[in-house]
Structure formats: structure tokens, C-alpha cells
Design a protein around this ligand. Structure first.
Ligand code: PLP
Length: 418
């Protein structure tokens, strides 16, 4: 079997045989051969309906629509990298500022991790304070300030070897959907806190939407305690709508981090927000941020033209209504059976939980029956031709390329495998 042999070779020369840990699956991960619309084909020739969609970036599914592909090819013909700004950078930045409520200025980087790392440095630089508050279980990329795990008692610990405990001291954690706990932390530490960084809808603990009034209260608390609010919209940005979750829920943060969909499948990250805060960034201000590949022309051309296509074709109406249909179907299937369906827009997840509602924070999500999901359910779904990301805690994404028929087939597969 080609897959086994590729994995055997991979393990000799790459840690765990993969380039990112979530891709590690026992006994071996799938190796991708190609993607077409909603379908993914592995190196064995098996075809799956894909709900991983590259972990979110592929809002339109695999492949680029013709007008976007043409622009990308044209950019490649004209050059892939210059180390200079180009017209595309200005046009894309203007497009974003017009559509995402909090953005007055933006900086382009290369990944969501870079965006959150730089945004955190920026709020620290702007406020001259060191501490940040994050949501327990919230993922903001693989860098030191945000890789923090709950320790015993109230003391948090690094979530990885190689992170000094001193760094983690500056990161305080509170549960999602719990404004009381946030208020407590802000009252105790507000003079030391630069800001709060959070996903407006959690996307790395399964999908956990905010409860009514929660984000409003977070905004109020941030203002009352004079700390900045950063929404990490790396997943929700351009997914819940062109204006992101901040437009969807009507709450404007001070800074926003984005990535994934913004690059049309190519690596990208960006962050932006209030002019006064963004002016803190080098070379205008004293908070240093830089990168050889920042504002990469191919990623910018792909992302900009893809987002223009999304707007013109009314993509969100279609993907959101497919999402609604799939979630409703799943709810009917799972009523009273030890599963809970969650999600918004084109995201969904079936939690393996005995709670009588979907989890509302990370610790509830962690109490789900994970072994059953991983070892029994997901492999069965693969046999039925459905590719789900290999963790109960990853969001599942529907794309513009998914059809009613895909949704029907998916519901049948859930019915059979649950
Ligand atoms: N923030 C959120 C909410 C994410 O989900 C991720 C990645 O999944 C990141 C940041 C990091 O983005 P990247 O993987 O592009 O570095």
C-alpha cells in the first residue's frame, strides 16, 4: 500500500512523519493526491467528501474559480516575489478596511500564528503592559505567549517543552462564555493587562458559539478596565461573512487577526485595527514586526480575487444555508442519543457528549468521548467516503463546492456510523 510506505519513509526523516501534529493519525494518515471541488482523493485513489477543507481556508472548495486562477497565473508570470510593495497590496488593504468593521489599518504577514504573535506584541507595545488574557482552550497558533495549559490550582503551565515558565506567567486564562470569571481577572490584574485575545466563536474546541450577550459583556468589561480587545478571526474571518464574526455578532474589537481564507489557499496572515494602535508598528512606531514574505504577491492576488468572487457570487448565502440544512439533519438523527450538534454558518460538529446541550466551553468539550470518536467513528466515516479532520476538536467546514447531494450522502453516513 502506497500510504503505508510513504508513512514509513516520512517517519525516518520528519518528526512523527508529518509537518504539523494534527495530521498525525494512527496507524497512518492519508496522503493527498488531488482535490476537486468538495472532493479529496488520496494516493490510493479513494475519493472522499472533504469537511476539513485544509483546516478552513478553502471556502470555495478545492481548486480556484477561473477568474481567480487566471489572476494567480498572471501574477506568477509577472513574478512571485519582489521584496517591494505592489498595487495589489494597496488594493487588498483598501478592500479589507472597507469590509471588516474594526480595520482602519492592516499589516500583511504569512500565517495566523504570525498575526496573533504580532498583534500581542503590538498591544503590549501600545499599552506598555505585559499580561494578556486568553480563553482556556483557545488556540492562536504555536507561539510562546499563547501555548498555555491549565495547571493544578490556579497556576497555568506551558503547553509545550521549550517555553519558559516566566512567559506563561504573563498569560491569564478564563473560560469561554463566562463573563464573571473575566471580570474577576480584570479586577485583580487590570493595571498589568494589555488586552484580551479571543476567538469570538471558539473553533479549536469543536465549534462553540458565544452565548447571547457574552461578547457584548466582554466588550463592556474591556472598556471598563481599560484593556484592549483582540478578536482572533483566523477561522471566523470571511467564514461567517465578509465582515467576519465581528460583523455577524455586531461587536467591534480594537484589533483583529485573520488568515486562512484571506490567502485563497496560499499562506497568509494579517492583522489590523484602530489607526492609533496600528501606528505603534514599525517603521511608523516602535513595535517591531517584519518578514521577507510579508504581503506575498501570489497570496494577495489569490485572496483578494477570491474574496471579490465570494462577494459577487453570494457565496455566504449558499454555504450558510447548506450548513443550516446539515445541522438540522444531524439534530434530527441525534435527538436524545448522547450526541450534540453545534455550529454556525458553514461550520458544524457533532460532539460525543452526554450533556443535554452542546459544550459551552473548553472543559465541557474536553469531557467528550474522544476515544470513541477517534478510534471508532472517524474510521467508519472514512469507509463511507467522508473525510473529517482527525480530531473531535477541529471545526468541520462546508464549502461553496459542496452540493445538496453531498449533504444527503453525509447525513446517511452519520446515520450509519453514529
Ligand atoms: N488562530 C486561530 C483561531 C486558529 O485556528 C489558527 C490555526 O488553526 C491560528 C490562529 C494559527 O494560524 P496558522 O495555522 O495559519 O498559523
Amino acid at each position: 500500500m502506497k500510504t503505508e510506505s510513504l508513512f514509513d519513509r516520512s517517519k525516518q526523516i520528519m518528526p512523527g512523519g508529518v509537518s504539523s501534529p494534527v495530521r498525525y493519525v494512527e496507524p497512518y494518515p492519508l496522503y493527498a493526491e488531488r482535490g476537486d471541488g468538495s472532493k479529496l482523493t488520496d494516493v490510493e485513489g479513494n475519493q472522499y467528501i472533504d469537511y476539513c477543507m485544509g483546516y478552513g481556508p478553502l471556502l470555495l472548495g478545492h481548486g480556484l474559480p477561473e477568474p481567480v486562477e487566471e489572476k494567480v497565473k498572471d501574477q506568477i508570470d509577472r513574478g512571485v516575489l519582489f521584496g517591494l510593495s505592489g498595487e495589489i497590496e494597496v488594493e487588498f488593504a483598501e478592500f479589507l478596511v472597507e469590509r471588516v468593521p474594526s480595520l482602519e489599518m492592516v499589516r500583511f504577514v504569512n500565517s495566523g500564528s504570525e498575526a496573533t504573535m504580532a498583534a500581542i506584541r503590538t498591544i503590549r507595545g501600545y499599552t506598555n503592559k505585559d499580561k494578556i488574557v486568553k480563553i482556556a482552550g483557545g488556540f492562536h497558533g504555536a507561539h510562546d505567549s499563547v501555548l498555555v495549559e491549565a495547571g493544578s490550582g490556579a497556576v497555568d503551565i506551558p503547553a509545550s517543552d521549550g517555553i519558559p515558565e516566566d512567559f506563561v506567567r504573563h498569560t491569564l486564562q478564563v473560560p469561554f462564555n463566562d463573563p464573571g470569571k473575566l471580570e474577576e481577572v480584570l479586577e485583580n490584574y487590570s493595571t498589568e493587562i494589555a488586552g484580551i485575545i479571543m476567538e469570538p466563536m471558539m473553533g479549536n474546541a469543536g465549534v462553540i458559539p458565544p452565548e447571547n450577550g457574552y461578547l457584548e459583556r466582554v466588550r463592556e468589561l474591556a472598556d471598563e478596565h481599560d484593556v484592549l480587545l483582540v478578536f482572533d478571526e483566523v477561522i471566523t474571518g470571511f467564514r461567517l461573512g465578509l465582515g467576519g464574526a465581528q460583523e455577524y455578532f455586531g461587536i467591534t474589537p480594537d484589533l483583529t487577526t485573520m488568515g486562512k481564507i484571506a490567502g485563497g489557499g496560499f499562506p497568509i496572515g494579517l492583522f489590523g485595527g484602530k489607526r492609533e494602535i496600528m501606528s505603534e508598528i514599525s517603521p511608523q512606531g516602535n513595535t517591531y514586526e517584519a518578514g521577507t514574505f510579508n504581503g506575498h504577491p501570489v497570496a494577495l492576488v489569490a485572496g483578494y480575487n477570491l474574496l471579490k468572487y465570494v462577494e459577487k457570487e453570494g457565496v455566504h448565502d449558499k454555504v450558510n444555508s447548506l450548513g443550516e440544512r446539515l445541522r438540522e439533519g444531524l439534530k434530527k438523527l441525534t435527538e436524545g442519543t448522547g450526541y450534540q450538534v453545534a455550529g454556525l454558518g458553514s461550520t458544524f460538529k457533532v460532539f460525543f457528549t452526554d450533556l443535554d446541550r452542546p459544550p459551552r466551553n473548553y472543559s465541557e468539550a474536553k469531557s467528550c468521548r474522544d476515544e470513541e470518536w477517534k478510534k471508532e467513528f472517524r474510521p467508519k466515516m472514512l469507509d463511507e467516503g467522508i473525510f473529517l479532520p482527525p480530531s473531535q476538536y477541529e471545526t468541520q467546514f462546508i464549502s461553496f463546492a459542496h452540493s445538496e447531494k453531498d449533504i444527503e450522502k453525509t447525513l446517511e453516513a452519520y446515520d450509519k456510523c453514529l
